[in-house]
Design a protein around this ligand. Sequence first.
Ligand code: NAD
Length: 292
Amino acid sequence: MEPLPEVTDPRIIDGRKIAQGIEAEVKKEVEKFTNERGIKPALATILVGEHPPSKLYVKLKHWACKRVGIASEDHKFPQETGQEEIIELIETLNRRPEIHGILVQLPLPKHIDEREVMMRIAPEKDVDGFNPLNMGKMLIGREGFVPCTPKGIIRALEEFNIDPQGKEVVVVGHSNVVGKPAAIMLLNRNATVRICHIFTRDLKSHTREADILIVATGVRGLIKADMVKEGAIVFDVGITWQDERVYGDVDFEGVLPRVSLISPVPGGVGPMTIAILMEHTLMAAKLQSGEK
Ligand code: NAD
């Protein structure tokens, strides 16, 4: 992919810059933790199949580990691998004390039950926050390991000193990975939240009300200018690969004149997600060593 141009428009959220800030902090902390405790935080990734974007995302995660001084292990399986084999590896990784975080790259092939696999990751190593225990804690407002993408969005809001309390938030997409946890995390911060999805009637009537609009559908260009409120803050999570390029769910050029802030694709939510994963791996290493 070609390098991204410098972000100069103040309305555009520079996800790479926010990610660099998070990674710089993690790097410093990792160094301190390793020096003091003699423990190097370590992440193990599991990739099943040959899906090119998934291979790229895993590679980007390993590069990030390298940048911040986290050790990483790459476990790859062919597409036809059975669920039991993946679970067996997870259980081995759960038992290995030198591995602190386990990440299963989604989506998994159709014959594997994603939820079953996620349940097998030890909650204290669940750096992606998909284990039901961590999900449940998030639901009752005790956020520990939460899904990295919505946490990146929360971090971006903090970066711009935007308090979600009392704001109208509309989340388009209701997956366990992005939509639902984004909605819950904003609800935890006292926003008024509604969740839209494929079966929502008249999507526009909802999105037009949003002070903060989060779109995670994977439908390229779904959100057009007339679906966005004047002055809204828009997070475009969607990624569609077409002809070696990525596109978001928002018609960026059309929507930009209406918004006060918008995250672009690429260069928005993606890099922040990876930076949060680094933060979580450090957090996991600290927790497992008895540090808070
Ligand atoms: P998913 O396929 O599990 O869920 C898609 C959601 O969009 C569903 O809730 C569905 O009901 C909704 N939807 C689909 N078409 C719609 C329509 N026409 N109108 C309204 N709602 C519609 O996907 P996901 O895992 O939540 O991911 C969503 C997108 O975000 C994908 O493009 C994915 O690649 C991307 N993603 C990006 C990051 C990142 O780090 N940037 C992380 C995770 C996912």
